[in-house]
Every structure is written in C-alpha cells, then in structure tokens.
Design a protein around this ligand. Sequence first.
Ligand code: HEC
Ligand code: HEC
Ligand code: HEC
Ligand code: HEC
Ligand code: HEC
Length: 222
Amino acid sequence: MDKEPASVRPVFPKSVNFFRPVVGTLLAAVPLYIITLVYYGNSAEATRIGYEPEQPVAFSHALHAGRLGIDCRYCHNTVETASHAAIPPTETCMNCHANIRSASAKILPVRESHATGMPIEWVRVHDIPDFVYFDHSAHVRRGIGCVSCHGRVDKMETVRQEKPLTMGWCLDCHRAPEEHLRPPELATKMDWVPNEDPFVLGKRLRDENHVNPSTDCTTCHR
Ligand code: HEC
Ligand code: HEC
Ligand code: HEC
Ligand code: HEC
Ligand code: HEC
C-alpha cells in the first residue's frame, strides 16, 4: 500500500473541511433551484395570496354577485371575447343606482364620478408580470370557471387574491386540466358542482371539446 509522502500537504488548511458539506450542498442545490424555477416556475418571491387592497367605493361582490345574483358578465362583459376582463364603467352602476339608494353616502362617489366624467379609480387586485401573456376568453370559452382562478368572489365583500398565479400554478392546470373543466356555459356559476366524478366528467369534456392546453414556453411568453 502506498503511503502518503510527508511532503505532500493538503492545498487547503484543515479548517476548510468544515465548509465542505456546506459548499457541496450549495453546489447541488443551486442547479436544483434553477431547474425547479424553470420547471415549476415557483418564484422565490412571496405570492400575493390574500392581497386585498381597499377600494375607493365599498362595492361588494357578496351583495351584487352573491345575494342579488347579478351574472359576472353583466359587469365584466368582455371575459368571453377578449384577453382582459373589462372593469365596468360608472354608467353600468348608474343603470341601477340612478334610483337605488341614490341618496346613500356610499353611492356618493359613484354619482360624483357620473357627474364629472372622472372614472372611479379601482385598485388592481390580480396582476401578473407584463412578460406573461394571459387570455380570459381562451379559458372561459373552453370551460374553466372563474372560481378556479379567483375563488368564491360571490362571497367576498372586498375582492382578494386566492390563487398564487405563479408559472407553476398555470402549468399544473395546463398539464392536467380535467378536474377544472365544466360545460363552458356554466363558467360564471360559482357554486356549480358536477353530479358525477369531476375527473370522469372532465376527461369526457376534454375529449369532446378537444381541450389541449399547451405547455410550450411561447404560449405564455411571446
Ligand atoms: C355589478 C357589477 C359587478 C358584478 C356583477 C361582478 N363584478 Fe367583479 N368587479 C366589479 C368592479 C366594479 C370591480 C373593481 C372593484 C373591485 O375590485 O371590487 C370588480 C373586480 C373584480 C375582480 C378583481 C379584478 C382585479 O383588479 O384583479 C374579479 C376577479 C372579479 N371582479 C370577478 C367577478 C366575478 C367572478 C363575478 C361573478 C361571480 C363578478 N366579478 C361580478 C363589478 C362587478
Ligand atoms: C342590477 C342593479 C345594480 C347594479 C348594476 C349595481 N348595483 Fe349596487 N346595489 C344594488 C342594490 C339592489 C343594492 C342594495 C340596496 C339596499 O341595500 O337597499 C346595492 C347596493 C350598493 C352599495 C351599498 C349602498 C349602501 O348604502 O349600503 C354600493 C356602495 C353599491 N351598490 C355600489 C355599486 C357600484 C359601484 C356599482 C357598479 C360597479 C353597482 N353598485 C352596480 C343594485 C345594483
Ligand atoms: C385560468 C385562470 C382564470 C380564469 C378562468 C378567470 N380569470 Fe380573471 N384573471 C386571471 C388572471 C391571471 C388575471 C390577471 C391578468 C393580468 O394581470 O394581466 C385575471 C384578472 C381578472 C380581472 C382584472 C382585469 C384583467 O383582465 O386583468 C377581472 C375583472 C377578472 N379577472 C374577472 C374574471 C371573471 C369574471 C372570470 C370568469 C368569467 C375570470 N376572471 C376567469 C385568471 C383567470
Ligand atoms: C384551471 C386551469 C388553468 C389555469 C390555472 C391556467 N390555464 Fe391557461 N388554459 C387552460 C385551458 C383549458 C386552456 C384552453 C386549451 C385549449 O383551448 O385547448 C388554456 C389556454 C391558455 C392560453 C391560450 C393559448 C392559445 O392557444 O391561445 C394561454 C395563453 C394560457 N392558457 C395562459 C395561461 C397562463 C399565463 C396561466 C397562469 C397565469 C394559465 N393559463 C392558467 C387551463 C388553465
Ligand atoms: C401556462 C403559462 C406559462 C408557460 C407555458 C410558461 N410560463 Fe414561464 N411564467 C409564467 C408566469 C405566469 C410567470 C410569472 C410568475 C410569477 O410572477 O411568479 C412566468 C415566469 C417565468 C420566468 C421568470 C422567473 C420567475 O419565476 O419569475 C421564467 C425565466 C420563465 N417563466 C421561463 C419559462 C420557460 C423556459 C418556459 C418553457 C419551458 C415557460 N416559462 C413556460 C407562465 C408560463
């Protein structure tokens, strides 16, 4: 057996051995982290789940969409035809509030907006980065309900973000959309539940409607 000659000394001082496992772990972890980032898109930034900004008018979805049962499309009337879901102009509110509770202090900013022509400055809740392409109509018309991505808005006094909206979250559904599919005409029905196994129904809807979400980078990054 060869014996290590006494003249050969380790290049690093002994104390470095202590760092070895740390460096080793880092070397192993960094590529893993990058792969995870690209593959799942789990950005290291905190997602904005629970983000619930205060709005300039105490408009309640729980009242209007929930108790009064106004369909989402009455106000967000472009969800089926455009990439963005329109926020209703003051005129839509005035269809009712010209008469309903028109003397209420809570309606005052709506009447002011109507009188001056200055739009109400609603604060944006959901916001994905500009380098990501998203399209509402592509989802709503293929049978993904609002509730899958926004939660039970019809029970919210103030709208808050319920889902992470990260790349990993988008891709999870694009890889396996079955359990989220419903007949497209029920997209805005927030309390709808299938009366059969959701996966079996989803698989059938997927086949019938040829639903095939793409996972190519260029689908969302153009
Ligand atoms: C009477 C009109 C009206 C109806 C009906 C309505 N909305 Fe809204 N919605 C608004 C207004 C006004 C805002 C902007 C203020 C706010 O965020 O509350 C808004 C905001 C939102 C937002 C947040 C937008 C953002 O900034 O990210 C979502 C999501 C949303 N609505 C979903 C729905 C869904 C789902 C339904 C049906 C269940 C619905 N809305 C029904 C008027 C309406
Ligand atoms: C289809 C009719 C309709 C539309 C459209 C509508 N509302 Fe209402 N809104 C109502 C009704 C009904 C009430 C409940 C009145 C009551 O409690 O007596 C109400 C209540 C409210 C209240 C609470 C008023 C108070 O004094 O408690 C606010 C604020 C309000 N609406 C804002 C809005 C805004 C902003 C819009 C437009 C984005 C809008 N509404 C669109 C019917 C409507
Ligand atoms: C597949 C997921 C998904 C579905 C289904 C979906 N949304 Fe959204 N919604 C989003 C995302 C993501 C954003 C943020 C878009 C952005 O930042 O450009 C958003 C934003 C919005 C906004 C703010 C305006 C805008 O377009 O940026 C409104 C209002 C809204 N959604 C309403 C609805 C309604 C109503 C439905 C059902 C008819 C619905 N959404 C279905 C994911 C979804
Ligand atoms: C709950 C399921 C679900 C979620 C979440 C989801 N998608 Fe989709 N997406 C679909 C389905 C289903 C389709 C339609 C596929 C088809 O038409 O065959 C689609 C289609 C698309 C298209 C249209 C591609 C085209 O051909 O025009 C884009 C773009 C897209 N999604 C981007 C996104 C982005 C970005 C996110 C995340 C912010 C997201 N999606 C989240 C299910 C989902
Ligand atoms: C279904 C839609 C979708 C597809 C397909 C997609 N991305 Fe993304 N990507 C997103 C969204 C949404 C974000 C923003 C995530 C956030 O803000 O947390 C994002 C962010 C990113 C980022 C920025 C890093 C980060 O986490 O913020 C990179 C890099 C990226 N994507 C690369 C890719 C590559 C490479 C592919 C193809 C393998 C791909 N994406 C496919 C939706 C998608």
